[in-house]
Write a protein that binds this ligand. Structure first.
Ligand code: BGC
Length: 249
């Protein structure tokens, strides 16, 4: 079995896991390390290198799910990370840190690809919207199983503010919102997304999806709503799938 390493960089932690390249299944538990505060480029690279070294069982390319628009390995935005990431060839930086080929992709796109292949979106042929709630709000949009990359719906203006500034998981924690208060805001955001994009299925991911049982019944939308099948590990699995696919392991 060929094991590929997937990494997912979030605002508070970097998660990593070994993924079976043939099936897309996580093998063993994920491990994590703290994200250096503000995610400066050099410190983040070093933290990634240390995490990679904890997975000697993995070989071949390394995939990284990253909270930025990513175009051919170059990070183009930096909403919740150091602005110095804008314009960085993150794939080259990852390759140097890992000592083997690196693939970098938007974090929500990675999570969405994993959910479409082996999670809550498997077999979905209509319009599927994956949303990740963490430090920001990430989005991945699929039509007939095909991804429209880098959709960035977390930055859509809702009631005069960016959606992720009113309804991310970080905002829930920082403002001490209970589930009804937070889901009320999420429902407002979902309503705006639905008015523009009319998804058939919305998958809720990110770290908060581990607690979907506590708030899922409060979410309201025209579309069907499901928690991420892979929960918080969707980004890790998707990153590894990208790495395996792009280099045909
Ligand atoms: C970033 C996205 C990312 C999302 C979730 C947003 O602030 O702009 O690229 O997918 O956060 O991490």
């Amino acid at each position: 079995m060929s094991l590929i390493l997937g990494l997912d960089l979030g605002g508070s932690s970097i998660k990593a896991g070994a993924v079976d390249a043939a099936t897309g299944q996580l093998v063993g538990d994920t491990q994590s390390a703290p994200t250096p505060p503000g995610a400066p480029v050099a410190a983040t690279r070093d933290a990634i290198a240390a995490l990679v070294a904890r997975f000697p069982q993995c070989s071949g390319p390394v995939g990284l799910a990253f909270p930025s628009v990513v175009d051919r390995g170059v990070t183009l935005t930096a909403a919740n990370i150091d602005r110095a990431w804008i314009g960085v060839d993150a794939a080259a930086l990852l390759s140097a840190a890992a000592g083997r080929p690196g693939v970098v992709v938007n974090d929500a796109d990675a999570a969405g690809v994993a959910e479409m292949h082996c999670g809550a979106g498997r077999g979905e042929q209509g319009v599927m919207m994956m949303l990740t709630f963490g430090t920001g709000i990430g989005s991945a949009l699929f039509v007939g199983g095909h991804l429209w990359p880098n959709t960035e719906l977390g930055h859509l203006e809702v009631d005069g503010r960016e959606a992720e500034h009113i309804a991310s998981a970080r905002v829930r924690t920082e403002e001490g919102l209970d589930w009804p208060a937070w889901t009320g805001r999420v429902n407002r955001v979902l309503g705006c997304y639905e008015a523009l994009l009319w998804p058939d299925l919305i998958i809720i991911g990110g770290g908060v999806s581990d607690r979907f049982e506590e708030f899922g019944s409060l979410l309201k939308a025209r579309a069907r709503i499901r928690p991420a099948g892979l929960r918080h590990a969707a980004g890790v699995v998707g990153a590894a799938m990208y790495a395996a696919k792009s280099l045909q392991v």
